[in-house]
Write a protein that binds this ligand. Sequence first.
Ligand SMILES: Nc1ncnc2c1ncn2[C@@H]1O[C@H](COP(=O)(O)OP(=O)(O)O)[C@@H](O)[C@H]1O
Ligand SMILES: [Mg+2]
Length: 368
Amino acid sequence: MKNKLPGKIKVGIIFGGKSAEHEVSLQSAKNVIDALDKNKYEIVLIGIDKTGKWFLNDESQFLLNMGDPQLIKLNNENSDEVTLAPESKGTLITKIKEKSVKSIDVAFPILHGPFGEDGTIQGMLKLAGIPFVGAGVLGSAVGMDKEVTKRLLRDAGIKIGKFLTIRENHIPDFNNIVQDIGLPFFVKPANMGSSVGISKVNSEEEFSTAIEEAFKYDRKILLEEFIKGREIECSVLGNENPVASVPGEIISNHDFYSYEAKYIDENGAALEIPAKLSGEMIYKIQEASINVFKTLECEGLARVDFFVTNENEIYVNEINTMPGFTKISMYPKLWEASGVTYSDLIDNLIELAIERYESELRLKTTFK
Ligand SMILES: Nc1ncnc2c1ncn2[C@@H]1O[C@H](COP(=O)(O)OP(=O)(O)O)[C@@H](O)[C@H]1O
Ligand SMILES: [Mg+2]
């Protein structure tokens, strides 16, 4: 590593968050902390509770019920509530005493969903003037919005399924929808994750329930053609010259890869790593993944998810700019299968964060 920071690198792990994926984030943070080389990094833990408040956590006691993914909980007792100020260069300020308590050199936001991977925290970190892991403001915001994602992919000539966008003030007629995108079809909030608010619609009755559910989470929802196919995922890593891992497959035991299948039902789904695909298909998926990553202005890391039909047609489903990062999550597992260990992956991501920050520093901010 050729970074110019003296001594240990102070890594601020920002985790938890105001999100349906709060608990997943806690698990990911725990695994990342365990894997960070303590000779090289000093760890600063910033836990965000479910109301969105930030706390400076103590590594020895920041999690309760650690062994249980259902009950795992952030422990903020005796923790200072902290914040980051613009151009503070990473200095964390307690909100109560208004004094500096800690500082970080690089931030690793392990947060999912809105307020975590949608560009909001990325904007804050940018204002604070510190390098951070993962996509920037634009890539994060684009990747979070499934509709904007699809428009950009379509514009780049990347294959996606048919879709319609609807807002609360105008719901099209069911028969017209079926004519456009067929039946069954999928209904999903534009900005969500973890399959929250997603339904597969088989009838007009199911349609009204489905849109009601989706509108709970977003004012914009997508109606998508049902693509019958295998669910193949691929990890991408890098800034200007990203590389793709071997692809993996999600084999769901439910009607689709729902919230239950992901987190509740222990046998809800299996990961097949690497996916059983021909050499030619592997190459096509890797090439498509890098193309999607670049088209959507991503940086650092992302997981690109596809549907592959019986006819070997490859459709892009979505991108995740901060994919699950637990040791058993698809993103790091795919790298492991490609020869990159979990801790090397984290090293790489921190390096990429610093590299991007330094290249941005070289840009002029004034014009004479
Ligand atoms: N158009 C579609 N055709 C077939 N299955 C779909 C479609 N859209 C979503 N699904 C199913 O729903 C799951 C969740 O949808 P996805 O768009 O990936 O949302 P999330 O961001 O919550 O993961 C997918 O993994 C897949 O099983
Ligand atoms: Mg998905």
